[in-house]
Design a protein around this ligand. Structure first.
Ligand code: PLP
Length: 478
């Protein structure tokens, strides 16, 4: 494809994208296709001769769109949001054009340097303690990981390296394998499945501790578990606190957990994948009280801060534990400026990395902090509006405190009734929700996801829930 064709194709695509997004609420949010729907719609083999771009564009509507779940529709309420904005989309075009692989500073200095500064901008927006920021002149700094799951694993590996080094100092006769066998980490029963996975990938024991009646992990629970393990000859080394759990958006008591971790020299990682974006608003920062006691902190601007996937921001007070844990240094990756700027390949699992800081830069500049705050506050306001509609209907109950953009609710009655309700709602395809279960109580989760969501959209979603409950309860009593 030559530049002139590219310009025509790209301009058409930009029109298509804008029309798609601006009219997204008119599409059925959940596709009705069956597995295997796509193969018959395209040839069995790749074309020998080039197709025309006009034909490719036409096929987007014919082949792709019927099988798309429209995550940016105001009718989409499943999981947590994934972000989308025009500045981030444009930044991704530029990133695609530069197409560098910024594994080390010299591999594309702008890629590394913009990332360092953007993580400082973002850290200041959240009012993170200065020890996390590169601009403080200390050891700390930030990095963009692909996902929160990677951040949790990277933090665990850093914690493991720190613990091994410390124990080796005390017991030089112990082998690495003997030490690793004694290491034990902690998280709550409400943390994301990626935490358990990090334990499996990192080859260490990880305990899942019970949460309190508000689904929060408390300091005393952690203290007791740590003491029990120390008494049994084990070595506590890592804990994960969640700010905004996936099931119900509960906030672990970070302040309490921080004290316990600091007393026992346990690395505290904070997973705020979804809710972390809300900390750009000062009024929600009470939920991150104790952050100064953590060793690493992570949230996903790609969830709720209008930066398209993937952009998971992670800060470490002392990245050296991670950098040294992963440090392999072949000649072909060495460069003369090593040590004067981060080589981000040492901060992450893969070698390759895209120029993701561009989309953060574009979004922060083209929205400004004020509009990003408005976005968060609007979503939380809409969640409270939905909560009030649920509470006004005697048949329903709200099952968790609404703090962010998530409402957990259910029909009063059995799990089976609620399972049937959700099945019917999703079956109709007008709105899309997913369930969760805590302590054997099944409930529906309605997350405010789309940046296009307005009050009228929430009315539509509530009418869909309420009308489906009418149908279900009427058929049950008929
Ligand atoms: N942690 C929490 C609290 C989450 O809610 C999620 C996903 O929703 C994750 C981690 C995983 O995020 P990622 O897909 O970025 O790994």
């Amino acid at each position: 494809m030559e530049a002139n064709q590219f310009k025509d194709f790209a301009k058409e695509m930009v029109d298509y994208v804008a029309n798609y997004l601006e009219n997204i609420r008119d599409r059925r949010v959940l596709p009705s296709v069956e597995p295997g729907y796509l193969r018959p719609l395209i040839p069995e083999t790749a074309p020998q001769q080039p197709d025309k771009w006009e034909d490719v564009l036409e096929d987007v509507e014919r082949v792709i769109m019927p099988g798309v779940t429209h995550w940016h529709s105001p009718r989409f309420h499943a999981y947590f949001p994934t972000a989308n904005s025009y500045p981030a989309i444009v930044a991704d075009i530029l990133s695609g054009a530069i197409a560098c692989i910024g594994f080390s500073w010299i591999a594309s200095p702008a890629c590394t340097e913009l990332e360092v500064v953007m993580l400082d901008w973002l850290g200041k927006m959240l009012d993170l303690p200065p020890e996390f920021l590169a601009s403080s002149g200390g050891k700390g700094g930030g990095v963009i990981q692909g996902t929160a799951s990677e951040a949790t694993l990277v933090a665990l590996l850093g914690a493991k390296a720190r613990a091994i080094a410390k124990v080796k100092g005390e017991h030089p006769e112990w082998t690495d394998a003997e030490i690793v066998d004694k290491l034990v980490g902690y998280t709550s029963s409400q943390s994301h499945s990626s935490v358990e996975r990090a334990g499996l990938l990192g080859g260490v024991k990880l305990r899942s501790l019970p949460a309190d009646d508000k689904h929060r992990l408390r300091g005393d629970t952690l203290r007791e578990a740590i003491q029990k393990d120390i008494d049994a000859g084990l070595i506590p080394f890592y804990a994960v606190a969640t700010l905004g759990t996936t099931s119900s958006c509960a906030f672990d008591k970070l302040d309490e957990l921080g004290d316990v971790c600091n007393e026992h020299d346990v690395w505290l990682h904070v997973d705020a994948a979804y809710a972390g974006s809300a900390f750009i608003c000062p009024e929600f920062r009470y939920l991150m009280a104790g952050i100064e006691k953590a060793d690493s902190f992570n949230f996903n601007p790609h969830k709720w801060m209008l930066v398209n996937f993937d952009c998971s921001a992670m800060w470490l007070k002392n990245p050296n534990w991670v950098v040294n844990a992963f440090n392999v240094d072949p000649l072909y990756l060495k460069h003369d400026q090593q040590g004067s700027a981060p080589d981000y390949r040492h901060w992450q699992i893969p070698l390759g990395r895209r120029f993701r800081a561009l989309k953060l830069w574009f979004v922060l500049r083209l929205y400004g902090i004020e509009n990003l705050q408005k976005h968060i506050r609007k979503h939380i306001g809409l969640a409270h509006y939905f909560e009030s509609l649920v509470k006004d209907d005697d048949r329903f109950e709200v099952t968790a405190e609404v703090l962010m953009g998530l409402v957990c609710f259910r029909l009063k009655g059995s799990n089976e009734t609620n399972e049937m309700l959700l099945k019917r709602i999703n079956g109709k395809g007008v709105i899309h929700l997913v369930p969760s279960k805590i302590n054997d109580v099944y409930f529906l989760r309605l997350a405010i996801c789309s940046r296009f969501s307005e009050k009228e959209d929430i009315d539509i979603s509530w009418r869909e829930v309420s009308a489906t409950a009418d149908e279900l309860l009427n058929t049950k009593t008929a």
